[in-house]
Design a protein. Structure first.
Length: 132
């Protein structure tokens, strides 16, 4: 389809990307017309992006950048997610899903708070039936 919006996944590391329904989650949160790029990055690139765009000096697990009203990018650091998942009492797969959903909610314009957390739980329960 000419001009159709899409989802793209780019890997710049060899980390295993969990088999998650990224497109279905994107469509439920951002809509089918939203153009989303999910980029898998390592510690060096995520830290550099965090310093450059947020003036923060730590290695983030995920960063999201809105490009327009109907396009955005998510940079996901799977190594950092793997290091943090136990502290959040989540399996690796569920924590990665939470990070991606959380980022999509930010791209949608939501801010941290109870409403955002409730929306994240709703989406995760819908697409990950084993989510607790």
């Amino acid at each position: 389809m000419r001009g159709a919006k899409r989802f793209s996944l780019t890997r710049s590391t060899k980390d295993r990307v969990p088999a998650l329904p990224f497109v279905l989650m994107k469509n439920a949160i951002l809509g089918k017309r939203y153009d989303l790029s999910l980029v898998i990055v390592g510690d060096k690139r995520s830290s550099a992006l965090n310093r450059m765009y947020r003036k923060k000096r730590y290695t983030p697990n995920v960063l999201s950048f809105s490009l327009s009203n109907d396009a955005g990018e998510i940079f996901l650091n799977l190594r950092q997610a793997r290091r943090e998942c136990r502290a959040h009492r989540q399996t690796y797969e569920h924590f990665v899903a939470l990070l991606v959903v959380h980022s999509m909610e930010h791209l949608k314009g939501m801010r941290h708070g109870g409403r955002m957390e409730e929306e994240e739980r709703r989406i995760l329960k819908r697409f990950l039936p084993t989510y607790a």
